[in-house]
Structure formats: C-alpha cells, structure tokens
Design a protein around this ligand. Structure first.
Ligand SMILES: [Fe+2]
Length: 327
C-alpha cells in the first residue's frame, strides 16, 4: 500500500490513474531533470531519456512513455527546451488520447485537460469550475443563446490551460510572487490559446484563454486590447476570474469577503472590467454565490486539498445547473 501511495495520492495504479495525471507526472519529471538546480547542472537529454525508459510501467504509464519516446525518435524534440517541450508534449497527447478514448468527444477532452490543470495547480483546485458556473450565469444575464453559453462554459473551464507551462515552483509558491515570477505566469494566455487551437474540437475556446487578462483600459495582457476590442466572452471570463481570485485563499494572503470583492468589481467597471460583463455580474443573485461558497469547502486527499465536488462535464446539464442556481 505504501508503494501504491508513492505513485498516486489516492493509491491508484495503472489505467485507474487519470490520463491527465499520468502525462503530468512524466512532464514534471522531465521538467525537473532538465532544470538547473543548486546541487547539480541540468541533465542531458540522453540522461532524461534513460530515466523515463527505466520508469516505464513502474513510475510512468507505458502509453505515455511510448508517446514521449516517439517524439524523441521522430526528432520532434531533439533536445530539452522547456517551452518547446510543453508544446510538443501536448501534441503527443493529442495523438495518444484517441487511442484511449473511443469514441472521442469534446467532453472527454475537457475532462482530461481540466484534470491536468487541477493537478498542476492544487491551490486553485475548483477555480475553473467556479469561474465556469459564474460565467454561464453572467452570459445568461447578458442574453447569450444556448450555443454561446456552451462555449462560455467550456472556455471558462480551460481559460488557464496555459498554466501547464508555468513551473511548479512558481504556482506552488507560498509567498507573494516577485516581478520575475509574474513574468513567468503571463505567457499562460498565449500557451493555452495555442494548445486549444491545435485541438479541432476545442479551437473555438482559444479566445477565452488568450484574452481573459485584458483590461478595459488597455493595461492588461496579452495584446493590451482596449474597450470593446476585447471579445465579450473574454470580458465575462475576466470579471468571474477576478471575483474567484479575490475570494480565494492563497498561501500568501487571505481571501477577501464577497462584499469587498463586489465593491472592487463595481469600482473597476470601465477601468478593469467591461461595463456589460460587470453590470451582469453585479446583478447575480446572492444565493448563487452562497451555493458556490458551499461547494468550495475543500477535503484533504493525501497532501493535496481537493474540492468536494468533482466537475461534471455534460455541458447541457452544467448550463441547466447554472440557470437553476440563478433561479
Ligand atoms: Fe489566467
């Protein structure tokens, strides 16, 4: 049992470990070996390859190892370079996923990718789902049709997909981030968008990933878009993302109260937030926020706190859930 717990916090083995977690374990091992550490220089790519091959079917899933080695053998990743590695590994995942899941569906891709995001950033577990519930509620207030609400739901789930490329030492840091570390987080918008653009069933979600850190006054990123040049979908994600970030505990700062967060959003209207998205957000009923607060309570599983509620991925029922919560 002790051995099993070493492999996965829940003691899972083999294919019971979600594919996303299996990929992430290999990716993090390669990242760690390739980084310069105080006690050793970065491992060569041949050394990294040796460690991965030795861990096949022991530490790493054989299917994920095969996908990784295929990349190396096809010389698509001749040497270790972190940004290239993240991009190429995601491409390999696309080749791997259809062999595991048949028939292949957008919901299943969504589930796999969300598992990856949660596994990478345990402090924000549940963040994507809360942002999705809030975003659908805001979209509903604005008058989005059902197709658009489905897009909002999935785009909100995956808005932070690019955080897969942010080093764990930054995401898991227990003190405030310095300027260099904030710079390391910023490219997650373009990385997330470019991953989504490569997956045919998720291409339409790249707008949310790319533009959710833009500000109405043009002082945001990725492109510094201003006002109505920011896609409305991204304006909706931005306000919901900010609310959840403000009301969430981080290791280096306590959460803010709901009322304080609402006040900040009101004050940030036409400065940080688009007026339509902010007005719709501020009109959401209190009981929606109460429901989200109840669902936030974490439970401890192994060393990682996880939300009590596993995400549901049937988009239709999620939209209904949000509408029900809004009443
Ligand atoms: Fe983000």
């Amino acid at each position: 049992m002790v051995g099993r717990e070493r492999l996965h916090p829940n003691g899972l083995t083999g294919h019971d470990i979600p594919l996303g977690a299996r990929i992430l374990r290999l990716a993090d091992t390669v990242s760690a070996l390739g980084e310069n550490r105080p006690h050793r220089p970065p491992c060569s790519f041949a050394e990294i390859r040796h460690v991965i091959e030795r861990g096949r079917a022991v530490e790493f899933g054989p299917d994920v190892v095969s996908a990784f080695l295929r990349l190396v053998d096809e010389r698509r990743m001749p040497e270790y370079h972190p940004p290239t590695f993240q991009r190429v590994l995601m491409e390999a995942c696309q080749e791997l996923i259809p062999t595991e899941i048949s028939p292949f569906s957008g919901d299943q891709v969504l589930e796999i990718l969300s598992t990856l995001i949660d596994a990478k950033d345990p402090y924000t577990t549940g963040h994507s789902r809360r942002v999705a519930i809030l975003s659908v509620a805001v979209g509903n207030q604005i008058g989005f049709d059902e197709d658009m609400l489905e897009t909002v739901w999935a785009a909100a789930y995956l808005h932070d997909l690019g955080k897969l490329s942010v080093p764990l030492r930054v995401l898991a840091k227990t003190t405030a981030l310095d300027e260099d570390e904030r710079e390391e987080i910023r490219p997650h918008t373009t990385v997330g968008a470019s991953i989504l653009e490569r997956i045919p069933s998720l291409q339409h979600l790249s707008t949310g990933a790319r533009y959710h850190h833009e500000r109405w006054d043009g002082l945001g990123y990725t492109e510094g878009l201003k006002g109505e040049h920011i896609p409305l979908l991204a304006q909706v994600l931005a306000v919901c993302d900010s609310y959840d970030a403000m009301t969430s505990n981080r290791a280096y700062r306590p959460s803010r109260d709901h009322d304080v967060a609402m006040q900040e959003i009101a004050q940030g209207t036409c400065v940080q937030f688009g007026p339509r998205a902010a007005a719709a957000f501020l009109s959401l009923p209190d009981h929606l926020f109460q429901s989200i607060r109840k669902a936030r309570a974490p439970v401890r599983v192994g060393a990682i706190e996880r939300s009590r509620f596993r995400p549901a991925f049937t988009v239709g029922s999620a939209v209904i859930e949000s509408q029900f919560l809004v009443g």
